[in-house]
Design a binder for this molecule. Structure first.
Ligand SMILES: Cc1cc2nc3c(=O)[nH]c(=O)nc-3n(C[C@H](O)[C@H](O)[C@H](O)COP(=O)(O)OP(=O)(O)OC[C@H]3O[C@@H](n4cnc5c(N)ncnc54)[C@H](O)[C@@H]3O)c2cc1C
Length: 445
């Protein structure tokens, strides 16, 4: 990469070209979890600009990081010495078919912007729990959101996408157009190209009942089994993330059922949520009716710490597993644990329908550890002990909740049959594996 190639690029590229000496560089090189030192950051304004960026990376042998919202905890959306394609300028949100509620969304939009914009049309999409997470990364991995049990994963509402492939071609993919690629991008992450726009069938939801129910920790095993038993018979309208928190920011350890009832009918919400008030001693009930866009919250992770996030699915939240969880989480210094209860409509979709294969699961367990930056390997191992106690009960993993990207992680994300199918599709659309800063699927031989 020399000044001549950069000048030529600037002549042919309509978006921002950010180099290490530029004032914007400090902000442009950082993502949610990492600060990289890329050689160049490009902010294309459309698919043609993305194609120019892809050609530029290829011609200059630069590794490519794709960034939509930049929330990859593993740090995939920045790099050292390569090119970052930052899609934040591709962020429009349009209702393109009012009769069918089809919306077209730029990958670089945040889910808060999506929720706020769709709210005006009385529409919503179940995405994730956080405002600043980007559309691209979440939607290519699956999307486990606040209405997942009623309306499925974010990818289950996807009807088409626009993608720039490794050869710089701009393709529209859907059930009819490049159906293999359409299958792959619904769960296969950023392996197959740069997605610039998605089309989804939005849901006619304006308001929901949502908030936390905070319990006393006096009998955690009974609380956990009571919650699990109720979730097994509850309506799909109700999605609950159960949180076990250590002492944090002046608060004692706590157990929280964070609920979302996917509708605004008071009687239905009361019927669905009231049983959760009977499973333990409630310290605070913060569930209220609110606009769906206000359900999403801005994350405030502790600063200057090393974040370790793991995850695993279970098809059976058994008594033994819950006892193990109660023994190791919800303590003064234990890690945070999210137990995301899924099931619901997910179970009615065949596991092979998309590249997200773990549809038979009852729950996803996600521990998060916030450790000192300079922590030793042996202390990191100690912090992982609670997780290692419950890991034998789990199988499979979700691409979007990892701070690492090891071969073991990739094998957990994709069962062999899914991986083999993805690998063949990768060979067709990215035979040189230029999109490799991700949970990488290698092109079939
Ligand atoms: C605070 C927080 C809360 C979260 N909550 C949830 C949640 O409730 N539910 C849930 O399912 N997930 C959740 N996640 C996980 C989130 O879905 C992933 O971190 C996701 O990758 C973030 O998307 P992004 O666009 O912001 O990330 P980025 O860092 O921009 O992208 C991550 C990776 O995805 C790929 N990618 C991104 N955009 C594109 C694109 N346009 N084309 C091709 N590849 C692309 C690339 O490989 C990229 O490296 C959360 C993460 C955080 C940090």
């Amino acid at each position: 990469m020399n000044s001549e190639t950069i000048n030529t690029l600037k002549e042919n590229f309509s978006g921002a070209v950010i180099l290490p000496d530029d004032t914007d560089y400090e902000q442009a090189r950082a993502s949610y979890a990492q600060k990289g030192s890329p050689a160049i950051v490009l902010r294309p304004k459309n698919a043609a600009g993305v194609a120019t960026a892809v050609h530029y990376a290829r011609n200059n042998s630069l590794i490519i990081s794709i960034r939509s919202g930049g929330h990859s905890v593993a740090g995939h959306s920045t790099n050292n010495g390569g090119l970052v394609i930052d899609l934040s300028e591709i962020n429009t949100i349009d209702v393109i078919d009012k009769a069918k509620n089809i919306v077209r969304i730029g990958s670089g939009a945040t889910w808060k912007k999506v929720a706020t914009s769709l709210q005006e049309h009385g529409l919503a999409l179940s995405s994730g729990d956080s405002t600043s997470v980007g559309v691209g990364g979440l939607a290519l991995g699956g999307g486990i959101g606040w209405m997942v049990r009623k309306y499925g994963l974010t990818i289950d509402r996807m009807v088409a996408a626009e993608i720039v492939t490794a050869d710089g071609k701009i393709l529209r993919v859907s059930a009819e157009e490049h159906p293999d690629l359409f299958w792959a991008i619904r769960g296969g992450g950023g392996n197959f190209g740069v997605v610039t726009h998605f089309e989804f069938t939005a849901i006619p939801v304006r308001q929901v009942y949502s908030g936390m129910i905070i319990y006393s920790l006096e009998n955690l095993p009974a609380l956990l089994t009571g919650w699990r038993d109720y979730m097994r018979v509850s309506t799909e309208d109700l999605t609950v993330m159960f949180l076990l928190m250590p002492a944090m920011m002046g608060n004692p350890p706590s157990a929280i059922a964070w609920c979302c009832y996917a509708g605004d009918d008071e009687a239905g919400a009361k019927k669905a949520i009231d049983p959760l008030l009977q499973i333990g001693t409630v310290v605070q009930n913060l569930v209220i009716k609110k606009n769906y866009c206000d359900v999403l919250e801005e994350p405030h992770p502790p600063q200057g710490v090393k974040i370790i996030v793991k995850n695993g699915f279970t098809e059976d939240l058994s008594d033994k597993l819950l006892a193990e969880i109660a023994a190791h989480y919800g303590k003064e210094t234990s890690p945070v644990l999210q137990i995301r209860y899924i099931g619901g409509v997910l179970k009615s979709i065949p596991p092979g329908a998309t590249a997200f294969a773990h549809r038979k699961s009852e729950a996803l367990l996600v521990p998060a550890m916030f450790l000192p930056m300079d922590i030793s390997d042996s202390d990191t191992e100690k912090a992982l002990v609670p997780w290692k106690k419950i890991q034998p009960f789990l199988s499979g993993a979700y691409i979007n909740f990892f701070s690492t990207a090891t071969d073991e992680d990739v094998a957990a994300i994709y069962p062999k049959s899914t991986y083999d199918r993805l690998s063949k599709i990768k060979k067709t659309y990215d035979p040189g594996n230029i999109f490799n800063q991700n949970y990488n699927v290698k092109p079939a031989k």
